[in-house]
Design a protein around this ligand. Structure first.
Ligand code: CA
Length: 224
Protein backbone atom coordinates (compact mmCIF):
# COMPACT_ATOMS: atom_id res chain seq x y z
CA UNK A 1 0.00 0.00 0.00
CA UNK A 2 0.99 3.61 -0.39
CA UNK A 3 1.27 5.51 2.90
CA UNK A 4 1.76 9.17 3.72
CA UNK A 5 3.80 9.70 6.89
CA UNK A 6 3.26 13.12 8.49
CA UNK A 7 5.86 13.55 11.22
CA UNK A 8 8.14 16.49 12.01
CA UNK A 9 10.73 14.42 13.89
CA UNK A 10 13.02 13.67 10.97
CA UNK A 11 14.59 10.61 12.54
CA UNK A 12 11.28 8.95 13.35
CA UNK A 13 9.85 9.88 9.95
CA UNK A 14 12.83 8.34 8.18
CA UNK A 15 12.62 5.23 10.34
CA UNK A 16 8.92 4.78 9.55
CA UNK A 17 9.44 5.32 5.82
CA UNK A 18 12.31 2.86 5.72
CA UNK A 19 10.40 0.26 7.73
CA UNK A 20 7.37 0.58 5.50
CA UNK A 21 9.38 0.21 2.31
CA UNK A 22 11.17 -2.82 3.71
CA UNK A 23 7.71 -4.32 4.09
CA UNK A 24 7.05 -3.66 0.41
CA UNK A 25 4.95 -0.53 0.91
CA UNK A 26 5.53 2.91 -0.54
CA UNK A 27 5.92 5.81 1.87
CA UNK A 28 6.12 9.54 1.30
CA UNK A 29 7.04 11.82 4.18
CA UNK A 30 5.65 15.27 5.02
CA UNK A 31 7.15 17.27 7.88
CA UNK A 32 4.22 19.68 8.11
CA UNK A 33 0.45 19.40 8.01
CA UNK A 34 0.32 22.00 5.26
CA UNK A 35 2.45 19.76 3.02
CA UNK A 36 0.34 16.73 3.86
CA UNK A 37 -2.73 18.54 2.51
CA UNK A 38 -1.44 19.01 -1.02
CA UNK A 39 0.34 15.65 -1.08
CA UNK A 40 -2.81 13.79 -0.07
CA UNK A 41 -4.71 15.52 -2.87
CA UNK A 42 -1.95 14.73 -5.38
CA UNK A 43 -1.62 10.99 -4.74
CA UNK A 44 -4.05 8.18 -3.83
CA UNK A 45 -2.83 7.11 -0.39
CA UNK A 46 -4.18 3.94 1.19
CA UNK A 47 -3.49 5.30 4.67
CA UNK A 48 -2.10 8.38 6.41
CA UNK A 49 0.03 8.24 9.56
CA UNK A 50 -0.45 11.60 11.24
CA UNK A 51 1.54 12.92 14.19
CA UNK A 52 -0.56 15.10 16.52
CA UNK A 53 2.13 17.58 17.57
CA UNK A 54 3.25 19.34 14.39
CA UNK A 55 4.56 22.85 13.78
CA UNK A 56 1.92 25.03 12.08
CA UNK A 57 -1.27 23.06 11.51
CA UNK A 58 -1.38 20.34 14.15
CA UNK A 59 -2.50 16.79 13.46
CA UNK A 60 -6.12 17.39 14.41
CA UNK A 61 -6.46 20.48 12.20
CA UNK A 62 -4.71 18.66 9.38
CA UNK A 63 -7.14 15.75 9.64
CA UNK A 64 -10.12 18.10 9.65
CA UNK A 65 -8.77 19.84 6.54
CA UNK A 66 -8.14 16.51 4.80
CA UNK A 67 -11.74 15.46 5.36
CA UNK A 68 -13.00 18.90 4.30
CA UNK A 69 -11.05 18.37 1.07
CA UNK A 70 -12.66 14.95 0.60
CA UNK A 71 -9.54 12.95 1.30
CA UNK A 72 -10.97 9.77 2.84
CA UNK A 73 -7.83 7.68 3.33
CA UNK A 74 -7.86 6.17 6.83
CA UNK A 75 -5.90 8.26 9.33
CA UNK A 76 -3.81 6.74 12.12
CA UNK A 77 -2.81 9.37 14.71
CA UNK A 78 0.51 9.18 16.51
CA UNK A 79 0.22 10.72 19.92
CA UNK A 80 2.60 11.19 22.87
CA UNK A 81 1.61 9.53 26.13
CA UNK A 82 0.54 12.79 27.78
CA UNK A 83 -1.72 13.58 24.84
CA UNK A 84 -3.75 10.42 25.25
CA UNK A 85 -6.69 12.35 26.69
CA UNK A 86 -6.83 14.05 23.29
CA UNK A 87 -7.53 10.81 21.52
CA UNK A 88 -11.28 11.23 21.55
CA UNK A 89 -10.80 14.59 19.93
CA UNK A 90 -8.62 12.93 17.31
CA UNK A 91 -11.29 10.44 16.43
CA UNK A 92 -13.90 13.22 16.38
CA UNK A 93 -11.94 15.16 13.78
CA UNK A 94 -12.21 12.24 11.38
CA UNK A 95 -9.29 10.07 12.44
CA UNK A 96 -9.74 6.30 12.42
CA UNK A 97 -7.32 5.06 15.05
CA UNK A 98 -4.45 6.23 17.23
CA UNK A 99 -1.18 4.83 18.49
CA UNK A 100 0.70 6.08 21.57
CA UNK A 101 4.42 6.83 21.25
CA UNK A 102 6.64 4.94 21.73
CA UNK A 103 5.07 2.11 19.77
CA UNK A 104 6.29 -1.09 18.21
CA UNK A 105 6.62 -1.12 14.45
CA UNK A 106 4.84 -4.48 14.32
CA UNK A 107 1.80 -2.93 15.99
CA UNK A 108 1.86 0.03 13.62
CA UNK A 109 1.82 -2.35 10.64
CA UNK A 110 -1.00 -4.42 12.13
CA UNK A 111 -3.09 -1.28 12.77
CA UNK A 112 -2.48 -0.06 9.22
CA UNK A 113 -3.58 -3.39 7.79
CA UNK A 114 -6.71 -3.31 9.94
CA UNK A 115 -7.52 0.25 8.82
CA UNK A 116 -7.09 -0.53 5.15
CA UNK A 117 -9.19 -3.67 5.56
CA UNK A 118 -12.02 -1.60 6.94
CA UNK A 119 -12.25 0.59 3.85
CA UNK A 120 -14.84 -0.59 1.29
CA UNK A 121 -13.85 -3.50 -0.89
CA UNK A 122 -10.84 -4.44 1.19
CA UNK A 123 -12.34 -6.42 4.02
CA UNK A 124 -10.84 -9.87 3.67
CA UNK A 125 -7.43 -10.54 5.18
CA UNK A 126 -6.66 -12.48 2.02
CA UNK A 127 -7.53 -11.20 -1.43
CA UNK A 128 -8.88 -13.73 -3.91
CA UNK A 129 -9.45 -13.14 -7.62
CA UNK A 130 -10.16 -16.32 -9.57
CA UNK A 131 -7.44 -18.70 -8.42
CA UNK A 132 -5.04 -15.90 -7.56
CA UNK A 133 -4.66 -15.44 -3.82
CA UNK A 134 -2.68 -12.82 -1.94
CA UNK A 135 -1.99 -12.44 1.77
CA UNK A 136 -0.90 -8.84 2.50
CA UNK A 137 0.19 -9.58 6.07
CA UNK A 138 2.34 -12.59 5.22
CA UNK A 139 3.55 -11.08 1.92
CA UNK A 140 2.71 -14.22 0.00
CA UNK A 141 0.84 -14.89 -3.21
CA UNK A 142 -0.39 -18.03 -4.92
CA UNK A 143 -1.72 -19.10 -8.31
CA UNK A 144 -3.89 -22.07 -7.45
CA UNK A 145 -1.79 -24.17 -5.10
CA UNK A 146 1.51 -22.83 -6.39
CA UNK A 147 3.20 -20.09 -4.40
CA UNK A 148 4.53 -17.30 -6.60
CA UNK A 149 7.78 -15.63 -5.61
CA UNK A 150 7.38 -11.87 -6.09
CA UNK A 151 9.71 -8.92 -5.48
CA UNK A 152 8.40 -6.10 -3.25
CA UNK A 153 7.34 -3.97 -6.24
CA UNK A 154 5.74 -6.90 -8.07
CA UNK A 155 3.84 -7.74 -4.91
CA UNK A 156 2.66 -4.14 -4.46
CA UNK A 157 1.53 -4.02 -8.08
CA UNK A 158 -0.38 -7.30 -7.84
CA UNK A 159 -1.93 -6.15 -4.55
CA UNK A 160 -3.23 -3.00 -6.27
CA UNK A 161 -4.59 -4.98 -9.25
CA UNK A 162 -6.35 -7.44 -6.97
CA UNK A 163 -7.98 -4.67 -4.96
CA UNK A 164 -9.25 -3.22 -8.25
CA UNK A 165 -9.93 -6.46 -10.12
CA UNK A 166 -11.85 -5.92 -13.34
CA UNK A 167 -11.04 -2.21 -13.46
CA UNK A 168 -8.78 -0.69 -16.06
CA UNK A 169 -5.95 1.15 -14.31
CA UNK A 170 -3.98 3.79 -16.15
CA UNK A 171 -0.17 3.79 -16.11
CA UNK A 172 -0.36 6.95 -14.01
CA UNK A 173 -2.70 5.30 -11.49
CA UNK A 174 -0.32 2.34 -11.20
CA UNK A 175 2.67 4.65 -10.90
CA UNK A 176 0.90 6.70 -8.21
CA UNK A 177 -0.13 3.59 -6.32
CA UNK A 178 3.14 1.73 -6.26
CA UNK A 179 6.00 4.20 -6.72
CA UNK A 180 6.79 7.19 -4.51
CA UNK A 181 6.84 10.84 -5.48
CA UNK A 182 10.57 10.93 -6.12
CA UNK A 183 10.03 8.61 -9.06
CA UNK A 184 10.40 9.83 -12.64
CA UNK A 185 6.91 9.43 -14.07
CA UNK A 186 8.08 9.54 -17.68
CA UNK A 187 9.91 6.23 -17.56
CA UNK A 188 8.36 2.97 -18.75
CA UNK A 189 8.83 1.30 -15.37
CA UNK A 190 5.15 0.29 -15.20
CA UNK A 191 5.33 -1.61 -18.49
CA UNK A 192 8.54 -3.29 -17.36
CA UNK A 193 6.96 -4.46 -14.12
CA UNK A 194 3.79 -5.63 -15.87
CA UNK A 195 6.07 -7.85 -17.96
CA UNK A 196 7.77 -9.21 -14.83
CA UNK A 197 4.41 -9.89 -13.24
CA UNK A 198 3.06 -11.69 -16.31
CA UNK A 199 6.16 -13.89 -16.30
CA UNK A 200 5.26 -14.96 -12.79
CA UNK A 201 1.48 -15.12 -12.50
CA UNK A 202 0.43 -15.80 -16.12
CA UNK A 203 2.94 -17.35 -18.50
CA UNK A 204 3.96 -20.39 -16.41
CA UNK A 205 0.27 -21.20 -15.98
CA UNK A 206 -0.79 -20.55 -19.58
CA UNK A 207 -2.98 -17.64 -18.48
CA UNK A 208 -3.62 -14.14 -19.80
CA UNK A 209 -5.12 -12.47 -16.75
CA UNK A 210 -3.23 -9.16 -16.99
CA UNK A 211 -4.70 -7.50 -20.04
CA UNK A 212 -3.33 -4.52 -21.93
CA UNK A 213 -6.08 -2.01 -22.59
CA UNK A 214 -4.64 -0.22 -25.57
CA UNK A 215 -4.11 3.50 -25.06
CA UNK A 216 -5.46 3.34 -21.49
CA UNK A 217 -3.52 0.99 -19.25
CA UNK A 218 -3.89 -2.46 -17.78
CA UNK A 219 -6.58 -4.61 -16.24
CA UNK A 220 -6.62 -7.73 -14.10
CA UNK A 221 -9.52 -9.82 -15.36
CA UNK A 222 -12.05 -10.38 -12.62
CA UNK A 223 -12.54 -14.04 -13.68
CA UNK A 224 -8.87 -14.71 -13.86
CA1 CA B 1 5.82 15.86 16.47
Amino acid sequence: MRVLVVEDETKLARLLARGLSEEGHVADVAGRGEDALWMAKAAPYDAIILDVMLPGLDGFATCRELRANEVWAPVLFLTARDEVEDRVRGLDTGGDDYLVKPFSFAELLARLRALVRRTPGERPTELVVGDLRLDPAAHRAWRGEVEVDLSAKEFALLHLFMRRAGETLSRQRLLDGVWDMAFDGRSNVVDVYIRYLREKIDRPFGRHSLETIRGVGYRLRGDT
